[in-house]
Design a protein around this ligand. Structure first.
Ligand code: FES
Ligand code: MG
Length: 603
């Protein structure tokens, strides 16, 4: 036990909030801390009663509509905390909304992380409820809880209700990628485009597809950091309110038990989460975020783990974009416990992993199973038999990921049907220096794109487009779509929305702006992708590549200068996607509450 955790005379770990509110050795400071929280309406007796002080890290706001329902849910969290004998203190976090934040929400993940570490560490909190939801809010909160390592539990805000248009399910994000093809094909106009997309967002909550939000909230439950069965409850359902109450009750118990993130976020828990990610058809953002959380808690986790642990797990959750259904269906069919129950019984995950409520995964799950075998399939009748991510390597990058579960029959027939070489294909590169370049040229006949083209996006990585832009899933030129070609192979150093069904090769590291292989590729180069050998190369000889490398000087044109101070700081300190794109200098701050002591007094 480090100097940060003092032990009381009864041998119990003393609450850290006592150092603020009840320290007879320093009456001046105790008075100073107390009086301003009394201002809020607390009494001295209350704050000195020995009750745990529980922070509610509020990620919901008008700027973050996906998480806005947390403003309501927090009331029930407070009820739970109070009923269990704690005192709730709610505080705001830096806002992150995935689609509204320019240039990227990824940029703000590390900022919310950083500010949350400071808040949790620097204020009189004994435990914290993390209100998670929209894509990057979940990893940011878990990363911060990992760094500080005081008792913490996550509460998901829940997905939106299903979207519908003319009797068909319309899923958030996924419908955008479809609608832009329909507009390019002349099937709908601008107004029709907007109406179709709006139909996918019928209520409060996060994206109702298996995008990054449903993925990360499901994986939070799989990791054991939220209550069992909690991830899939739709935001507007009454069950969500009840879940908020139970989460409030649970965190008080966790403080008394001193059950910390480091007790839950073990390597076993992460490997379980990787396997669950395959079974649910999770987002390609998951490796970035899980690797980031693992690094902050000090657990060894690499892209190789994603390859070796997740690849042979079947896809059983039939949600868009890999499948047909949406979030309400997922909840009705049993949610995460129905998936994990099957995986535990098949020996595909370790049921002994500890969770936030002090029980193991296996004990929490019991005999949970699918309630609708079309929405959550059984392992012997999956959507895809092996659904993990493949990691590709070669002279284009050291590593990049590809989501196997979204390779369509059409794509497979076009690119992966050569009898002599069924896992490989070649094409000719068309290189775009950022999304603006892509948008301005994609429909230009001079581009010369055809069915053998491979679209390459560079300048979209964590440093280049700070935070990493979700721009790698590029639609083909309108003329090709009108001729019936709906997807071209795409490669890039950016991300792709988890709601996209494109089998892109993305998250390439190192990115072009730091000298990765993508900096050398040129339009017209022959590209070879071999999914069997897991390689991706430009077929350009080494001498020519050396010559091109020698020509690289300074920042490329496709890395515009920072527009804000944080963009500059982020660029200087952030690593690549395979390492979680974390602030590299932050990784050495491990289990701060135990290893670095309490913060010094403020006056
Ligand atoms: Fe916030 Fe999808 S944009 S959850
Ligand atoms: Mg996104």
């Amino acid at each position: 036990m480090g100097e940060g955790a003092k032990t009381s005379s009864e041998g119990k770990t003393a609450l850290r909030s006592r150092a603020w509110f009840d320290n007879p050795e320093n009456p001046d400071m105790t008075a100073l801390y107390l009086e301003r929280y009394l201002n809020y309406g607390f009494s001295i007796d209350e704050l000195q009663s020995g009750r745990p002080i529980i922070g509610i890290a509020q990620t919901g706001s008008d700027l973050t509509p996906c998480n806005r329902h947390h403003l309501e849910l927090a009331k029930r969290v407070r009820d739970g905390i109070r009923d269990a004998g704690g005192i709730a203190i709610e505080f705001p976090t830096h806002p992150i909304q995935e689609t509204g934040k320019r240039p990227t929400a990824g940029l703000d993940r590390n900022l919310q992380y950083l500010s949350l570490v400071e808040a949790i560490h620097g204020y009189p909190l004994d435990g914290v409820v993390l209100t998670i939801g929209c894509d990057k809010t979940t990893p940011a909160c878990l990363m911060a809880a990992a760094t500080v390592n005081i008792p913490a539990i996550a509460l998901s805000v829940g997905p939106m209700l299903n979207g519908w248009f003319k009797g068909e399910r319309t899923g958030s994000g996924t419908i955008v990628w479809k609608a832009r093809e329909m507009m390019a094909a002349g099937e709908i106009d601008y107004k029709g485009f907007l109406e179709l997309v709006a139909s996918s967002a019928p209520s409060t909550g996060w994206c109702n597809t298996m995008g990054t939000a449903t993925t990360m909230n499901s994986l939070t439950e799989a990791l054991g950091m939220s209550l069992p069965g909690s991830a899939a409850i739709p935001a507007p359902y009454r069950d969500r309110q009840e879940c908020a109450y139970r989460t409030g009750v649970q965190i008080v118990e966790m403080v008394h038990a001193d059950r910390k993130p480091s007790d839950i976020l073990t390597r076993t828990a992460f490997l379980n989460a990787i396997r669950v990610n395959s079974a649910i058809g999770g987002s390609t953002n998951a490796p970035i975020h899980l690797n980031a959380i693992a690094r902050h808690i000090g657990v060894e986790l690499t892209l190789e783990d994603w390859e070796t642990q997740g690849a042979d797990v079947p896809l059983i959750v039939n949600l868009q974009p890999a499948g047909s259904y949406l979030a309400e269906d997922f909840y009705r069919a049993g949610g995460v416990p129905a998936v994990m129950g099957q995986l535990v019984r098949a020996g595909l995950i370790d049921g002994d992993a500890l969770t936030a409520n002090g029980q193991t995964i296996a004990a929490n799950i019991g005999d949970a199973d699918t309630q609708d075998t079309d929405v959550i399939r059984t392992l012997d009748a999956p959507l895809k038999p092996a659904a993990g991510l493949t990691v590709l390597r070669g002279n284009l990058f050291d590593n990049a990921v590809m989501k196997l579960s979204v390779i369509s029959p059409e794509f497979r027939a076009r690119y992966l049907s050569n009898a002599a070489d069924p896992d490989a294909f070649e094409g000719t590169a068309i290189v775009f220096d950022g999304p603006e370049d892509y948008h301005s040229r994609i429909d230009d006949p001079a581009l010369g794109a055809d069915a053998n083209s491979i679209l390459i996006m560079r300048g979209a990585g964590p440093i280049g487009y700070p935070g990493g832009a979700e721009v790698v899933n590029m639609r083909p030129p309108a003329a090709l779509i009108q001729a019936g070609l709906h997807a071209l192979p795409c490669i890039g150093d950016g991300r792709q929305s988890g709601t996209s069904g494109s089998p892109s090769i993305l998250n390439a590291a190192p990115e072009a702006v730091v000298g990765g292989g993508l900096a050398l590729v040129r339009t017209g180069d022959r590209i070879r992708i071999d999914l069997g050998k897991r390689t991706a190369d430009m077929l350009v000889d080494a001498a020519e590549l050396d010559r091109r490398r020698a020509e690289l000087k300074g920042n490329p044109d496709y890395m515009p200068p920072p527009q804000t101070p944080w963009q500059e700081i982020h660029r200087a300190l952030t690593g690549q996607f395979d390492g979680g794109a974390v602030l590299e200098m932050a990784v050495k701050y491990q289990r701060v509450a135990q290893t670095r002591g309490l913060p010094r007094d403020s006056h």
